[in-house]
Write a protein that binds this ligand. Structure first.
Ligand code: SF4
Ligand code: SF4
Length: 465
């Protein structure tokens, strides 16, 4: 197997060879960490399945942006392979550099004819690198000190603020109410402050009763997953989702005790945090037996993966059962035979398009349902977005850590949105919503970016609840 350009290889004595490309970062004065990356059997089989055809390269946003093999899926797979067999040191700066540049968007998986599940390799590598990652004291990250500072801030926020709804809501209010604070943030987090709703929305968990009763005849019951940032920043979408589901004929239960799903922690390889949070959610929802409806694609993807993530814990069986009951909002409404029937009178039809969140389209395979819903709502003229399933650059915390790369990815998305002439862009993920709003603001596009839950609630006329 070849090692991609830009990758530093430790020789058999553990000494590092020279970097091969002009783009490579300065060497880090740390002894190479010996011993190979440990790959679970399922990840090893993904490695074996890759035939190096390169069909995934054109689908990869970072390869399109940077044009480097090392920033392509195939290049990263080769680096993971080199680390697994001990050719590449675990603390090699190039390994961190190119893995950190990956959006974990999984577009390469949809493009791969061999069915390689790239994310299994990515996650195995990311979970074994943290001790040598930017937040570890004394490390020098090849992306530089600004990246390391943002990474430390983000990781601290993920660990200590996200799982605490009151603290999170307070932090959001501070960030939106005190602009001078935003100026002290690193560029990635600072860029998003202007697109947070003002005034800060009251979280859905404070606005919703324990049960929102079905409108008309009850067709069944569901639990609603509120999320952390989703609820603190876009609590109105959770409220809209609850009343839209009730309008579809379902009793909607809001379980106390639910917490952050861990999706953002998974993005930075903090698997321990994912499992800790996952255990809380499994205990909260395991016994209900109801479908668990989720309004954020990133949360849905990780909740559907709990069976795998908690497989070697005491919660294994309950986690596997819960994973099978998870449904995205579009997935549930698109298949429940109760479609929204009317839009409020708005004159001429509104041209609308759909942005596929990566963790809905690539990770969960949900593509048809949201389009069916949009096409079924009178008053909307649906137009397909070119490259609809290409990442917008949000990618969990990617836009916070890699603002320049994320900006390039977002600019391409904005060009595609502008080409549709759509007045509304609909999606189903908090990160995508904020990122697209940021893109529209930067591009000067007069486009309303809204969640599918908000749109369906409007179609049912339940927005005033
Ligand atoms: S991941 Fe799939 S598409 Fe990409 S090089 Fe390997 S086999 Fe080919
Ligand atoms: S997950 Fe996305 S960014 Fe990462 S290698 Fe695959 S296509 Fe590229």
């Amino acid at each position: 197997m070849g090692v991609p350009p830009g990758v530093e290889i430790a020789d058999s004595e553990g000494a590092a060879t020279a970097h091969a490309t002009p783009e490579s970062p300065p060497a880090v004065a740390a002894a190479p960490v010996r011993g190979g990356l440990r790959l679970p059997d399922e990840a090893q089989s993904q490695l074996d399945a890759c035939v190096h055809c390169g069909f995934c390269l054109p689908a990869c946003p970072t390869y399109r942006e940077l044009g480097m093999e090392a920033d392509s899926p195939r290049g990263r797979i080769d680096m993971v392979a080199a680390a697994a067999c001990g050719e590449l040191a675990l603390n090699d700066p190039d390994l961190s550099l190119h893995l950190d540049r990956c959006l974990d968007c999984r577009a390469c998986e949809s493009a791969c004819p061999s069915g390689v599940q790239y994310h299994q390799l990515f996650e195995a590598a990311m979970t074994q690198l943290p001790a040598r990652r930017p937040w570890a004291r004394g490390t020098v990250h090849p992306e530089g000190p600004a990246f390391a500072a943002a990474a430390r801030l983000v990781r601290s926020g993920l660990r200590h603020i996200l799982p605490r709804p009151r603290v999170l809501a307070f932090a959001v209010r501070l960030a939106t109410g005190l602009p001078f604070l935003a100026q002290r943030l690193p560029p990635g987090p600072a860029a998003l402050i202007p697109v947070l709703p003002r005034p800060a929305q009251v979280p859905g968990r404070r606005r919703l009763p324990r049960v929102v009763a079905a409108r008309g005849e009850c067709r069944g019951e569901v639990d609603l997953f509120l999320g952390c940032l989703q609820d603190a920043v876009l609590g109105g979408d959770n409220v809209a989702a609850a009343y839209a589901l009730a309008a579809c004929g379902y009793d909607v239960h809001l379980r106390g005790g639910q917490t952050c799903c861990g999706a953002l922690h998974a993005h930075i390889g903090d698997r321990e945090a994912v499992r800790r949070l996952g255990a809380v959610n499994v205990r909260t929802f395991a016994g209900t037996g109801r479908p668990l409806v989720v309004t954020a694609a990133g949360c849905g993807a990780v909740l559907k993966d709990y069976g795998h993530l908690l497989a070697d814990t005491v919660h294994a069986r309950a986690a596997a059962g819960l994973s099978k009951r998870v449904r995205g909002f579009a997935e549930f409404v698109g298949t429940c035979d109760s479609r929204p029937v009317a839009m409020p009178p708005a004159g001429a039809p509104v041209r609308v398009t759909w942005h596929d969140p990566c963790h809905l389209a690539h990770a969960q395979g949900v593509r048809r349902e949201p389009r069916d819903i949009l096409c079924a709502i009178p008053g909307l003229e649906y137009v397909e977005l070119p490259e609809a399933d290409a990442c917008c650059g949000s990618a969990g915390v990617y836009n916070l850590l890699q603002p320049e790369l994320a900006e390039g990815v977002l600019a391409r998305k904005m060009e595609n949105i502008a080409a549709t002439g759509a007045r509304w862009v609909v999606t189903e993920n908090a990160g995508c919503l904020l990122q697209l709003r940021l893109g529209c603001r930067r591009a000067g596009l007069d486009v309303r970016v809204l969640s599918l839950a908000e749109l369906v609630a409007e179609a049912y006329g339940v927005t005033a609840q």
